[in-house]
Design a protein around this ligand. Structure first.
Ligand SMILES: [Zn+2]
Length: 456
């Protein structure tokens, strides 16, 4: 069996992965808070852990892996969005959840086995909070329940490598009168009548964010499971708090054994931010005609533990490569298995960039069947993601001839309306229009859309 090595944030080393139960390898990844479109950075962990999911399924068997990714559908950001827009919370979360699934599907991400919504697990969260209170790890104050960080000083901060004292000194933590200690964090908080709330032993209220992952992971994966993933922006405080809650509520378990964190995403070398004007969603890119497969390819070209720089140049290059590989593998049956070197690269702490280098080698050797099987290990060159590249059956020369004829007529009549209309239609369909004395040439650019062209 392939030996998988994964970098464990907890030990800061690359370790041989040995699942608790090879018949049921279990992975949890923190999912989105559903109040808006996923931005490009949100998509990175989805693609990274999708590749890990595919690798685990390859090595342990598709029926022997359980992947859970949650939806946070109770959150103050959602409440604020509902208030600002005058829309129902349920309407916003349902719509945004579907947007997320559609956008991630467009990137070729397989759906996890379980996608629990936080609001469906409120009783489990209340039960866990009660256990924490009984164990002396949490306390009630003014309708709130808080986790007492001091009650688990020996364990808190290990994942992110901070001591509680350093955190208190360095952190800008919210100081609330009901907190015994500034580091304590909310497990439950009271809800006024206009906010979502559930009956609890502490009055009507709603859960804090961190407790949902602990409660849902316990419910769906048990007190010990194999892998917990997420972006490294979640390491502190979210993951640290998940560990504290789960290990104190279920000291018989280890919670997650391997912690994996992907690095952040930048755009053209800069941090993506609304103020810099380089903030965009996955949906924005898809709408601009950047194929989901291209986004996926660009993501996978950088190791997940390195900052990923999204650039237009990379997207153009990825598109050209994928177009070439799709042409090379058109009508070919994939080989029975991926190239061993591709699997080996992925098994080495998800070295997808190394796997892509192998794909280039296979392509240059013309080994189309193995290239296809290997690319599919990374979720590339799949049938589902291929629609964008289907230009082969379409003969652009007909459209070139039509524009050339219109231009000839326009020169005679001095009426260029039809020429302008055709050009605008071709450009809108994603074609670059090159007109010279020699004639007309149409070149498919990023986001070429054959349907749109046919409608011109
Ligand atoms: Zn989480």
């Amino acid at each position: 069996m392939t030996t998988i090595r994964l970098h464990n944030t907890k030990t800061r080393t690359k370790e041989v992965f040995a699942p608790i139960d090879p018949d049921n390898v279990r992975m949890y990844v923190c999912g989105p808070t559903v109040y808006d479109r996923a931005h490009l950075g949100n998509a990175r962990p989805v693609v990274v852990f999708d590749v890990l999911y595919r690798l685990l399924r390859e090595v342990y068997g598709a029926d022997h892996v359980t992947y859970v990714r949650n939806f946070t559908d109770v959150d103050d950001k959602i409440n604020a969005r509902a208030k600002d827009s005058g829309r129902e919370i349920g309407e916003i979360t349902a719509e945004t959840t579907q947007w997320f699934l559609d956008d991630m599907g467009a990137l070729g991400a397989l759906e996890p086995d379980h996608m629990p919504r936080a609001t469906a697990y409120i009783p489990q969260m209340i039960a866990m909070i009660e256990t924490l209170i009984e164990g002396g790890h949490a306390y009630e104050a003014e309708g709130h329940v808080l986790f007492s960080v001091d009650s688990w000083r020996e364990g808190y901060g290990k994942l992110s490598g901070r001591s509680v004292d350093d955190m208190i000194a360095g952190a800008r933590v919210e100081v609330a009168p009901y907190k015994r200690d500034p580091m304590d964090f909310v497990l439950w908080k009271p809800s006024s009548d206009d906010l979502p709330g559930w009956e609890s032993p502490w009055g009507r209220g709603r859960p804090g964010w961190h407790i949902e992952c602990s409660a849902m992971a316990y419910e769906l994966l048990g007190e010990s499971f194999d892998i917990h993933g997420g972006g490294n922006d979640l390491m502190f405080p979210h993951h640290e708090n998940e560990i504290a809650q789960s290990c104190c509520a279920h000291p018989e378990g280890d919670f997650a054994r391997v912690w994996m964190h992907n690095e952040m995403l930048q755009v053209e070398g800069k941090k993506m931010s609304k103020s810099l004007g380089n903030f965009f969603t996955v949906h924005d890119l898809l709408e601009q005609g950047v194929p989901g497969e291209v986004i996926r390819f660009v993501f996978l070209s950088t190791h997940y533990r390195k900052p990923m720089d999204w650039t237009e140049a990379k997207a153009r290059e990825a598109e050209a490569v994928l177009r070439k590989w799709r042409a090379l593998t058109a009508g070919i049956e994939p080989a029975a298995s991926a190239a061993p070197a591709v699997i080996a690269a992925l098994a080495d702490d998800l070295n997808a960039a190394g796997a892509i280098a192998e794909l280039h080698r296979l392509a240059s050797e013309g080994d189309a069947a193995v290239l296809l099987a290997s690319a599919r290990m990374l979720g590339l060159l799949t049938t589902e993601l291929g629609a964008w590249a289907e230009t082969g059956s379409l003969d652009l020369s007909t459209y070139e001839a039509r524009l050339a004829a219109a231009r000839e007529a326009a020169i005679a009549s001095k009426d260029f309306a039809e020429v302008d209309r055709l050009k605008a239609g071709y450009v809108a369909a994603g074609l670059e229009v090159r007109m010279s004395k020699a004639g007309v040439e149409l070149v498919p650019g990023p986001g070429f859309d054959a349907d749109k062209l046919e409608a011109v």
